[in-house]
Ligand binder design. Structure first.
Ligand SMILES: Cc1cc2nc3c(=O)[nH]c(=O)nc-3n(C[C@H](O)[C@H](O)[C@H](O)COP(=O)(O)OP(=O)(O)OC[C@H]3O[C@@H](n4cnc5c(N)ncnc54)[C@H](O)[C@@H]3O)c2cc1C
Length: 412
């Protein structure tokens, strides 16, 4: 009997793993992907929807069609996993036994966890662009916004793509300039961090850019309550940040079923995972990829992609009874849109902070500086996502390990 590999989640990580496994093994293993719906959203595109720079229909494709022939797809909600019996239970009562389980159910938005956030004013004066409905609603609100205080607020970390809220602030500055009303809009960025970003060098560069663009930075702000009607964010320390329009990045946690699966997750619903092998710490035959893990890498599609290469190798090693390869180094690579057809690029891993220089070698896209080339890279990435990353192709010159050639490592 061939081995049964069940993959929970048919987003970035689940899809690329299923396709890589199918490509490697052909029909020699059974690969089943479970996802609750058939709409695969290209999430980096959500940033552009509020500004009318992306059409919602252009960033959504059917999930099934992204999976290679021979990969089974089940459209179901996962109810729970029984890690003792090695079974996945679906919402219609189906039980899927597995030899290897790959958890790829991403991160969940939990706006209801912040007092007042989903109360009066939600989707009228208070929005998030982290899901498609929110991004579309925010587009309408921005179109009719004629001036006042726009506040960006990250409630707490970890969040998906931690640079996306900064990108939103930069694009908002550009958008209001284009509309000729920038002088009537105050933009504020309120974050729980002590700077614009987590990594000190990038944080300095990004804080400088916020200042250049006239965006006020409020640090160490821990949102306790959102008063949508009164237009006020209230911090746990009593500080208040008034707004006319708030764009909030809610708390994130793992998928709900993780809480219903004894032993599978931590208190936030993420799966305890070895940061170098991507094997879970829960059971040797359970692996995890992407936003669903608790590894200290960014929750980003680029991370998920780099993890995929190491994970394929390790699932194969596990099936063959060989020692796993502890080679994932936390490599992350993010384009940061800065407006005016420009973007910055940062590239880093567990050990090395974002540095200046070039990517992926001495000649290449400039790091930690905005440029038109990086913006083109960000736009082109959508094509790469559907046509190379999801089908499980290797991207020439860009591997899972962070490149050091081209980086000014000594400067930092
Ligand atoms: C606004 C925004 C901008 C971003 N920009 C970038 C960027 O520029 N660059 C970058 O690298 N990354 C970016 N990201 C992050 C990137 O999209 C994610 O990190 C990536 O998609 C993670 O892949 P994943 O497979 O872990 O999760 P996902 O792709 O989110 O997939 C998880 C899947 O699990 C399914 N699922 C969850 N629970 C269940 C259940 N109980 N039953 C069945 N199915 C379930 C979901 O339906 C979903 O399809 C951005 C994210 C957002 C929100």
């Amino acid at each position: 009997m061939s081995e049964r590999i069940v993959i929970l989640g048919g987003g970035t990580g689940g899809t690329l793993m299923a396709n890589r496994l199918r490509k490697h093994h052909g029909g020699a293993v059974e690969v089943t992907v479970v996802d609750r719906d058939d709409r695969h959203v290209y999430q980096p595109g959500l940033l552009f929807v509020p500004f009318g720079m992306a059409d919602p229909d252009d960033i959504v494709r059917p999930r099934r069609r992204q999976l290679k022939d021979g990969v089974a797809f089940r459209q179901n909600e996962v109810d729970h996993v029984d890690i003792e019996a090695e079974e996945v239970h679906l919402d219609d009562g189906t039980v899927l036994p597995y030899d290897v389980l790959v958890v790829a159910t991403g991160a969940r938005l939990m706006p209801e966890e912040t007092e007042g956030l989903t109360g009066p004013g939600w989707n009228e004066k208070v929005f998030t662009f982290y899901d498609l409905d929110g991004a579309v609603a925010l587009h309408r609100a921005l179109e009719s916004f004629d001036g006042g205080r726009l506040v960006l607020n990250v409630v707490d970390l970890p969040i998906k793509c931690p640079v996306a809220p900064l990108e939103f602030a930069f694009l908002a500055d550009w958008y209001f300039q284009e509309r000729g009303i920038r002088d009537r809009v105050e933009i504020t960025y309120a974050t729980p961090l002590d700077g614009a970003f987590t990594k000190p060098t990038a944080s300095r560069a990004l804080a400088g850019m916020l200042e250049e663009k006239g965006v006020e930075l409020v640090t160490e702000f821990n949102t306790g309550e959102v008063d949508g009607e009164g237009g006020m964010l209230v911090g746990y320390d009593g500080r208040e940040v008034p707004f006319d329009l708030a764009v909030v990045i809610p708390l994130h946690g793992g998928a709900e079923y993780v809480d219903r699966s004894p032993g599978l997750g931590d208190e936030l619903g993420f799966v305890p995972t070895d940061q170098h092998t991507l094997q879970s710490k829960v059971r040797p035959n359970i692996f995890a990829i992407g936003d669903a893990t608790n590894v200290p890498a960014s929750k980003a599609g680029s991370v998920t992609h780099f993890e995929g290469e190491v994970l394929l190798d390790n699932v194969n090693r596990f099936l063959e009874g060989r020692e796993l390869d502890a080679s994932y180094d936390g490599h992350a690579n993010c384009f940061i849109e800065t407006g005016f057809h420009k973007a910055m690029l940062i590239d880093f891993n567990y050990e090395t902070e974002p540095t200046s220089g070039h990517f992926p070698a001495a000649v290449g896209a400039p790091l930690l500086k905005d440029s038109r080339l990086n913006h083109l890279g960000k736009l082109m990435f959508q094509w790469v996502y559907w046509h190379a990353l999801l089908p499980g192709r290797d991207i020439p010159g860009i591997g899972p390990d962070m490149p050091t050639r081209g980086k000014a490592l000594a400067d930092h």
